[in-house]
Design a protein around this ligand. Structure first.
Ligand SMILES: Nc1ncnc2c1ncn2[C@@H]1O[C@H](COP(=O)(O)OP(=O)(O)OP(=O)(O)O)[C@@H](O)[C@H]1O
Ligand SMILES: [Mg+2]
Length: 299
């Protein structure tokens, strides 16, 4: 297992392969070699794909409160990555930093860098709207828009003018099929989404997020309000999205992290305690706080 992460990193073609690491953490985490150390010849593996998302020494908060301190982490293209940790430790804040959703709060501030494809997300290119198209988000509670089911799916496609009007119906059908919702809604596309079940509404939100063809999907506890059967459907869907997409999934469900995520990062009290292959984090954590969390003693 010691070298599996470095080897797996060279191929983003499998959703369960590892993608997250703490750069520069070689001494504490000998199997989490950063690209820099790989270039320096420490590891014999071929060069890794560059990370899609990256934070470097990122510290952020709201007003006087510091929520995250010096988080350095990266996620590789085409991988599924989980973020876990007790409530209030900063998981959503970290996730929302990647597509500048925190900026909607007037008291939000940040130091250090948060990068998408090598550029700081605050650099202005892409602008926040284009950034959020490319780095999409699905929330804990389904949030359909007050418009028809069909219009929900293509709302972003319309707003970003990604397809001509005559193709919108086909785009809606394609993405409803992708999330497995087509058969359930094909005869009521003009109806309100609020009559759908909670699980169906969440699948609709996933279809809407996918319809704008993002590169990254940020998922903030996307199944926490769903029953086990729908959770299974969503997890199966997530696996089909890689390697085209990179997924970052916040979850309180460790078994879910184990089922879908190649890598897992553990946050505690605003600090990144440990990140690496999910099976290592869950089965053989190195840090005492991680041990306490995965064994249910904290959080
Ligand atoms: N808009 C905001 N304004 C002020 N404080 C905020 C804001 N958003 C989050 N916080 C604070 O930041 C801290 C971290 O919140 P965050 O939502 O990131 O935690 P979390 O790990 O996602 O928790 P949970 O598991 O409960 O969702 C909390 O103390 C929270 O109150
Ligand atoms: Mg949260």
């Amino acid at each position: 297992m010691t070298h599996s992460l470095a080897a797996a990193r060279t191929d983003g073609g499998n959703s369960r392969r590892a993608g997250a690491q703490i750069p520069g953490s070689r001494s504490r985490h000998p199997d989490l070699l950063s690209p820099a150390s790989t270039r320096a010849g420490v590891a014999a593996a071929p060069p890794a794909l560059p990370p899609v998302l990256k934070t470097r020494d990122a510290t952020m908060g709201f007003g006087l409160k510091t929520v995250l301190s010096s988080v350095t982490l990266e996620f590789r293209r085409g991988t599924i990555n989980a973020i876990i940790g007790p409530t209030g430790c900063g998981k959503s804040t970290l996730l929302r930093a990647f597509n500048r959703m925190n900026d909607r709060s007037p008291t939000f501030w940040r130091r250090g860098s948060v990068e998408f494809e090598g550029c700081d997300v605050s650099a202005g290119t892409p602008d926040p709207l284009e950034l959020r198209r490319r780095v999409g988000m699905v929330f804990q509670r389904p949030n359909p828009f007050p418009m028809s089911i069909r219009d929900n799916v293509v709302a972003g496609v319309r707003a970003h003018r990604l397809a001509p009007r005559r193709e919108l119906a086909a785009v809606a059908e394609r993405h409803l099929r992708q999330v497995g919702l087509w058969d359930a809604v094909a005869d009521r596309l003009d109806d309100s989404p609020f009559r759908l079940s909670g699980g169906q509404q969440q699948l609709l939100c996933l279809a809407r997020a996918l319809a704008v063809e993002p590169d990254v999907l940020l998922l903030d506890e996307p199944t926490s309000s769903l029953d086990p059967a729908t959770t299974e459907i969503v997890e199966a869907l997530l696996r089909t999205l890689t390697p085209r997409l990179t997924l970052v999934l916040v979850t309180h469900n460790l078994a879910q992290a184990g089922r879908v995520a190649g890598t897992t990062a553990f946050l505690y009290d605003g600090r990144l305690v440990e990140a690496g292959e999910t099976r290592q984090i869950l089965a053989a954590p190195r840090e005492p706080e991680t041990v306490s969390y995965v064994t249910g003693r904290i959080g």
